[in-house]
Ligand binder design. Structure first.
Ligand code: FES
Ligand SMILES: [Fe+2]
Length: 438
């Protein structure tokens, strides 16, 4: 559990909060390049860490991310004219470039130089592999930190994909689901009979023993765990995963070595979060069903909202739940994504962690919270945030592997965890078995 005070500290990310300041030290993935499809295309409402912002792609293809309210008298720049390398407010015509400079003030006398004194809040951006990254922190160009090296966001064109879904709860509830291996055997596979799973597969191991043991380690970049349970008589099935500051996870489904992916939990505000997943397409690796999105609207809360959501109980089918068979049989909710959405949103917008009862299976969560709180409080005390200037901290691989019982899981998997390495020897479909994303 966390005290109410620590729970507030770790959850809230608005301007001036301890965790908000911490997150602002890092580049944040914020929107798809395709959401700003062409020069001078429609401005986009974006909410990030509780700040209302307007994103636009200017005439030179540069992405600007600036404050929603016009610095003149506050009209929303969403209605602005995106033209000639800037966004022009439609109220009195003041125009701002992607860096927030006021470049035109047409309702003032020509001799006035007031425009040189006005600046909109504007955040630096970078684009890589179809993602727009935003830096909302204190450093200025040319001293911005490097973009984090996320292997799955650095692939040759066409080899990777990006998924975004909104979750209507605090960012940490979503993230904690990613580093919580033991729920897999229940929420996603509770109705699966291990007798029906082919021998020698992750699907067999994960359903035959649903109470893994954990080895949790501190790392410079955050935390790492190996969760293990018996595979064959002389081996363990390990699920190996990482948390990397400030909100990245490298999750265990799929085989270590073959899988290239990263997830992150980018807060929209304290009660909404975008889950962003980068992944290399791996032949034979069946990922869990993601779920259908609603048509988008211009609201920052309606860019990536699912059709099955808390207002319709995630379309739960109680007959499927009663039948109790197959990957959806435990919950009656269709697909891994919706099952995760339902449980983490059902905890409430910001769960009060002083009410929980943590057990041994929560050791990775306990350690990760501690690391986050310590790092954010250290920043508040004047220390640097971890790894900000070490982009390779994010070069992690995760996944499942079968190891001899006496193996040290860190040393034994060093080769499989190396980035930018292909492992054609891994037969992905055969190893994973029939449960999606086991
Ligand atoms: S409020 Fe934007 S120009 Fe006046
Ligand atoms: Fe899950």
């Amino acid at each position: 559990m966390l005290s109410k005070q620590d729970n507030e500290l770790i959850s809230r990310v608005g301007p001036g909060t301890v965790m908000g300041n911490f997150m602002r030290q890092y580049w944040l993935p914020a929107m798809l390049s395709s959401e700003l499809s062409a020069p001078d295309s429609d401005p986009l409402r974006v909410r990030l860490l509780g700040e209302d912002l307007i994103a636009f792609r200017d005439t030179n293809r540069t992405v600007g991310v600036i404050q929603n309210n016009c610095p003149h008298r506050g009209a929303s720049l969403f209605f602005g004219r995106n033209e000639e390398a800037g966004l022009r407010c439609v109220y009195h015509g003041w125009k701002f470039d992607a860096e927030g400079n006021c470049v035109d003030m047409p309702n003032e006398p020509a001799e006035s130089d007031f425009k040189s004194k006005v600046k909109a809040v504007a955040y630096p951006t970078r684009e890589r592999g179809g993602m727009v990254w935003v830096y909302m922190g204190p450093r200025q160009s040319p001293n911005l930190p490097p973009l984090p090296n996320i292997e799955a966001n650095m692939l040759p064109e066409g080899e990777g994909s990006i998924f975004i879904g909104m979750r209507e709860c605090n960012w940490l509830q979503g993230l904690e689901g990613d580093i919580d291996t033991s729920h897999f055997g229940f929420l996603h596979a509770g109705a699966i009979d291990p007798e029906e799973m082919p021998g020698g597969t992750f699907s067999k191991y994960v359903t035959s023993n649903r109470a893994p043991q954990y080895a949790v380690l501190n790392r410079d970049y955050g935390t790492m765990y190996g969760a293990y349970r018996p595979a064959e008589e002389d081996s363990y099935y390990w699920r190996i995963a990482h948390f990397v500051f400030p909100f990245f996870t490298f999750t265990p489904p799929g085989p270590l070595g073959a899988k290239v992916s990263a997830s992150c939990w980018v807060p929209i505000d304290d009660e909404h979060v975008h889950q962003i997943g980068f992944a290399r397409t791996v032949p034979g690796l069946v990922r869990g069903v993601r779920g259908e999105l609603l048509p988008r609207t211009s609201s920052p809360y309606r860019r990536f909202r699912f059709k099955a959501n808390k207002d319709n109980d995630y379309l739960i089918d109680r007959d499927v739940q009663r039948a109790n068979s197959g990957p959806d049989g435990y919950t009656g909710i269709r697909g891994v994504q919706m099952q995760d959405q339902a449980v983490t949103e059902s905890m409430g917008p910001i769960y009060d962690r002083s009410q929980e009862h943590l057990a041994s299976g929560d050791s990775m969560i306990i350690r990760t919270r501690r690391r986050l709180l310590d790092a954010a409080l250290a920043l508040a005390d004047g220390h640097a945030a971890p790894c900000v200037d070490n982009p390779d901290a994010w070069l992690q691989r995760s996944g499942g592997v079968v190891l001899p019982r006496d193996a040290d899981f860190v040393a034994a998997t060093e080769g499989l965890r190396k980035p930018f390495m292909a492992h054609p020897e891994i037969d992905v479909a055969k190893l994973v078995g029939p449960i999606p994303a086991a």
